[in-house]
Design a binder for this molecule. Structure first.
Ligand code: KG4
Ligand code: ZN
Length: 339
């Protein structure tokens, strides 16, 4: 079964064609980063306007990359939440237009479930159950993936998402947008133990995250250096901040997997492209005898292939949408599935 999928929840306009949920036949991603860079972050209305202009061309590109035509497509998948409402509406409307004109079923996909499904593309043999750490610009979740349509959130951020913290700290350090890759790169030249920023673990046995205290600690440190007229070693701040984020993500995830007797962990979302997170999680998972999975960086950040994978499993579960499909900017994980 070949699904043409559309992802426009934030600032990537992406269209993919995925076969049977596991094989990427094409995955075109038009990133608006250069447009939003000058504002230091995504401007929602500008994102929507660019999706409207780009989407038809990206559909054409995805078809031509796969060597297929519309007549080869069996269904249309689309991210309908969570995300920026205007941006989602463009993708949902475009996908509905395709489904209607081609007479194909339409399948709404939850964006975070899509991020998790990126692992199915990377590892064709991977099956649930597993624990997923989903870390992106908008989310930091620990999710028990019981099967393809049963998701239980065990922990979530109480304030900033991990990627949001990266983006904010990058901005104050003058490293630009998006912050994750910039800090990842800058940190390589820095000493991660130069500054001891706080690690916020919250209550014992809580799987929730909190990154706002760390963000304030970095801002306070930068302010105090400024007041004292001392120079800031940007690479050291980047490395020390990154270690504080990653240590908490790794400790909580491993603890959660061990407590819940899970022998598989999957990472997903933009922040799972982080080099330190990958290496530290790998070392801790190996020591605990847990298998670790994470997709190639291109499948970690927003892309339509992951949506095409999840759309297939929604289809198998009978979770089809129809032309009443709408954007749901704060959609709950698992809410679109029949039990
Ligand atoms: O999954 P994603 O593309 O979009 C959302 O659903 O939010 O994630 C984007 C986030 C941004 O905050 C970006 O700074 C972060 O992922 N990111 C990274 C890295 N690459 C992207 N964070 C840390 N290290 C990276 N290498
Ligand atoms: Zn995302």
């Amino acid at each position: 079964m070949k699904i043409l999928s559309v992802e426009t929840s934030c600032d990537e306009t992406s269209v993919a064609i995925v076969e049977d949920g596991r094989k990427v036949l094409s995955n075109r991603i038009y990133s608006q980063i250069d447009i939003h860079k000058k504002y230091g972050g995504v401007v929602p209305e500008i994102a929507s306007r660019n999706h409207v202009v780009k989407l038809p061309y990206i559909v054409e590109e995805a078809l031509s990359e796969s060597g297929l035509g519309f007549s080869d497509i069996d269904a249309i998948g689309v991210t309908n939440g969570p995300g920026l409402v205007g941006a989602l509406l463009v993708g949902v409307s475009g996908a509905k237009a395709l489904a209607y004109s081609l007479g194909l079923p339409i399948i709404g996909v939850h964006h975070i479930e899509g991020h998790i499904a990126a692992n199915f593309l990377q590892y064709p043999e991977l099956e649930p159950p597993f624990l997923a750490l989903v870390v992106s610009g908008g989310h930091s979740h620990l999710v028990m993936v019981k099967d393809y349509h049963t998701f239980e959130i065990l922990g979530r951020t109480r304030d900033d998402a991990a990627g949001e913290a990266y983006d904010k700290i990058s901005r104050v350090l003058g490293l630009g947008y998006p912050g994750g890759p910039a800090i990842d790169k800058a940190a390589k030249a820095g000493d991660p133990h130069a500054i001891e920023f706080p690690r916020v673990f919250l209550e014992k046995d809580s799987y929730d995250f909190s990154f706002s205290g760390l963000k304030s600690a970095v801002l306070n440190y930068l302010n105090s250096m400024k007041m004292k007229g001392q120079p800031v070693a940007t690479a050291d701040v980047a490395a020390s901040f990154q270690l504080a984020v990653v240590e908490v993500l790794v400790e909580k995830t491993i603890h959660c997997a061990v407590e819940n007797k899970m022998d598989k962990i999957c990472m997903a979302g933009g922040v799972s492209a982080n080099s330190l997170l990958r290496s530290m999680m790998q070392a801790r998972a190996d020591a605990a005898g847990i298998a670790l999975y994470y997709p190639d960086p291109i499948l970690c950040t927003d892309n339509a292939a992951m949506i095409g994978s999840m759309a297939y499993y929604n289809y198998l579960n009978g979770d089809l949408s129809n032309l009443y499909l709408n954007a749901v900017p704060s959609m709950k994980i698992g809410s679109q599935h029949k039990k």
